[in-house]
Design a protein around this ligand. Structure first.
Ligand code: SF4
Ligand code: SF4
Length: 297
């Protein structure tokens, strides 16, 4: 059975599809969205997070580190990212979880053993399993094996995707999964590339395939002030989705929840604005004028 890097398994989730669910987050994403609120999910390999405010200065990490990446400075531990190999030895001994690893290599069977613990909840609530990320489809064969194993268990399977996935693989997923929570970031290829690092041609091809597949597709949009809420972009969305008879967009307005994780990875927090309630309402009215209703998720 294949293996892959998982950075979180969230049990008893009620937000990633119907009923009570377990969401498996696979690490790694081919896009790098300016506003990403899960920076620890972007790289495909495990990474050390250091929450400096939780450090009590016990020094255990310094003793555990064989790379000279950890030292003490004024009673608090210090991390030298240049020296750090993300081996995780310090996270194993840190008593306060000031040091934590994001990402663990797991086999399909190990993930399935966690999922089976809540199988009764899925059955009784009309729930199931959701695969998210990062970008779960980037997990390749590991991801396909997980979806197939879940389908064989008889569970409802949802995939939370940005759609940037080789088409052959995406078509395999379309045959197996029940629900797609499919993000759209921008309709213009150049703008899309500027915001995420990739153009949107492949994403739109996969979106078309999903919308024509007969599977349940929720169209989702991370909504960013001044970045993708223009009249032009909303007009293009209305035109594209209108041809499929789709007139509802689930919007995810920008928030600052990931701030502490950027600090824990020694990364600068992206300078993306947030909406005031009034500004968000004006943008929703813009969608409505183009025949698109919006629901905040
Ligand atoms: S082990 Fe944790 S609490 Fe102790 S010094 Fe290192 S980071 Fe701080
Ligand atoms: S992850 Fe490994 S190399 Fe990095 S600071 Fe911790 S023990 Fe040292």
């Amino acid at each position: 059975m294949s293996q892959g890097t998982v950075y979180n398994i969230q049990r008893m989730s009620t937000k990633d599809g119907p009923g009570i669910r377990t969401t498996v987050f696979l690490k790694g994403c081919p896009l790098h969205c300016l506003w990403c609120s899960n920076p620890e999910s972007q790289l495909f390999t495990p990474q050390l997070l250091f929450f400096r405010n939780l450090c009590t200065g016990c020094g255990a990490c310094v003793r555990a580190c064989r790379s000279g990446a950890s030292s003490m400075e004024e009673g608090v531990s210090r991390l030298d990212r240049e020296q750090c190999r993300d081996c995780g030895a310090c996270a194993l001994v840190c008593p306060t979880r000031a040091r934590e690893m994001s990402g663990r290599l797991m086999s399909v069977e190990e993930v399935m053993a966690v999922l089976r613990k809540d199988a009764l909840f899925y059955e009784n609530s009309g729930g199931g399993v959701t695969f998210g990320g990062g970008e779960p489809t980037s997990g390749g064969q590991f991801f396909l094996d997980l979806v197939e194993a879940s389908v064989l268990e008889g569970w409802h399977v949802a995939v939370d995707t940005c759609g940037f996935c080789p088409e052959e693989r995406f078509h395999k997923v379309l045959k197996m999964a029940d629900l797609f929570l499919f993000d759209i970031k921008h309709m213009d290829p150049e703008q899309h590339k500027a915001l995420t690092g990739q153009d949107n041609a492949l994403i739109l091809r996969n979106m078309r395939a999903a919308l024509l597949s007969g599977r349940e597709v929720h169209i989702r949009m991370p909504l960013m002030p001044g970045l993708n809420d223009s009249e032009e972009n909303i007009t293009a969305m209305a035109d594209f989705f209108g041809t499929f008879g789709r007139h509802e967009i689930e919007i995810m307005p920008c928030h600052a929840f990931g701030r502490n994780k950027y600090a824990a990875l020694s990364l600068p927090f992206p300078a993306v604005e947030q909406y005031t309630p009034e500004a968000l309402q004006r943008v929703r009215e813009r969608f409505a004028r183009h025949g698109l209703s919006t629901v905040i998720v």
